[in-house]
Design a protein around this ligand. Structure first.
Ligand SMILES: N=CN[C@@H](CCC(=O)O)C(=O)O
Length: 372
């Protein structure tokens, strides 16, 4: 049983000296005394990747001290996966734990380690035989290393080329232009993937919501946060602490997100505090998940048909949540089978408005290019 790879949390955190409204009181913990908690009603289960260099007990203290919202769901802390190195065995264990949780209808939330572990989250879908979309929040694209732009065994290169290829779509959120090469942008473009430059989205983060609504896997590199907000040496520019919380909330609220990971976490008090709040926002977002299924006859949705030259784009607006979708360009376009609503692409009201002015939405174009 892969969950047996996990070690319980430290005894000090087992004490129930929290107020009943605090996460530390409510969360189902993996303890030495009681073993792994039951996952029957659990919706989100976190576990930390502990190395000899980093433990996450300080993060737990921050998380456990936070007050729960008015949420109606069970959450769990499954403890720690203790590893000495990010070797093949560690990847295999993360893959197995993740697959097991997803199979049980629980969202695994991985905390810690390097962003390369995204590959293990992705490989969890091999046994589930499912195609997936991935969103990565990162200042760089990670196709290479310090010496070379593209290397075969970078996790991003493996993601797009190593069989079985489960990846349908990939979106980067928050890249910084001076850290990426034009060749990397060209590759993403060629693959019909999406990338959102930091400077273009911080003014209005709603721009990234449709990509998150369509994601199965979310991978967040904490170096995408500006260094001063996490008290570490890192990048001078990046998302601020509020923005990264908004992004995690979008991940939580997306009905399609099945697994998330937060990596490269500095061992500072500020980083652990922020990490705890990001996890809180993920929980909060999850609590507001609504599975919407727009169909033409459903009274909760309005359908709009916008003709542009010789094409017609069908838009759907939910009267319940004001969210928008559009029919993809080209019949052969495929999205992950289990996505809700199936066969539609999430978009923004702005896409509809621009379409009425004759501008074809970027996401529609990509779906069209993918289908030919
Ligand atoms: N020096 C400024 N950097 C920008 C983002 C960089 C980019 O979008 O490429 C900023 O923080 O907003």
């Amino acid at each position: 049983m892969p969950l047996n790879y996990l070690d319980p949390i430290e005894a000090g955190l087992a004490l129930e000296d929290y107020k009943p409204q605090q996460i530390g009181f409510q969360i189902n913990k993996h303890l030495y005394s009681t073993g792994l908690p039951s996952l029957k009603e659990v919706k989100i289960a976190l576990f930390c990747i502990e190395t000899p260099e980093q433990s996450f007990e300080d993060f737990r203290k921050q998380l456990y001290a936070l007050f729960l919202g008015n949420w109606n769901m069970e959450i769990a802390d499954l403890g720690n996966l203790k590893i000495s190195d990010f070797d093949e065995e560690a990847y295999k264990k993360i893959q197995e734990i993740s697959a097991e949780l997803i199979k049980q209808g629980v969202i695994p939330l991985l905390i810690g380690g390097v962003q390369e572990l995204t590959y293990a989250m992705y490989r969890a879908f091999d046994s589930l035989e499912q195609m997936v979309n991935m969103v990565s929040v990162d200042a760089k694209f990670d196709f290479g290393n310090n010496e070379e732009l593209f290397i075969e065994d970078s996790y991003m290169s493996k993601l797009i080329s190593e069989p079985p290829v489960n990846l349908l779509d990939f979106t980067n959120i928050g890249y910084q232009s001076y850290y990426v090469a034009q060749e990397e942008l060209d590759l993403l473009e060629k693959m019909c993937f999406e990338a959102h430059r930091l400077g273009n989205i911080t003014g209005d983060l709603r721009i990234i919501e449709p990509a998150m609504r369509d994601a199965d896997i979310v991978s967040i590199d904490m170096t995408s946060v500006q260094a001063r907000d996490i008290g570490s040496i890192g990048y001078v520019n990046g998302f601020n602490s509020r923005e990264i919380c908004t992004i995690t909330r979008y991940a939580g609220i997306s009905s399609n997100v099945q697994i998330a990971g937060i990596f490269n976490i500095p061992s500072t008090n500020l980083a652990y505090q922020l990490l705890a709040q990001m996890v809180w926002y993920f929980y909060e977002g999850f609590n507001f998940r609504i599975k919407e299924l727009p169909v033409i006859t459903d009274e909760n949705y309005t359908k709009y048909i916008v003709p542009i030259d010789d094409i017609q784009i069908e838009f759907f607006r939910s009267t319940q949540t004001e969210r928008w979708w559009m029919k993809p360009g080209g019949d052969k376009y495929s999205s992950p089978q289990n996505h809700v609503p199936s066969g539609l692409i999430p978009c923004l009201h702005q896409d509809y408005e621009e379409a009425t002015k004759g501008i074809i939405p970027e996401r529609w174009w990509r779906s069209y290019r993918k289908s030919i």
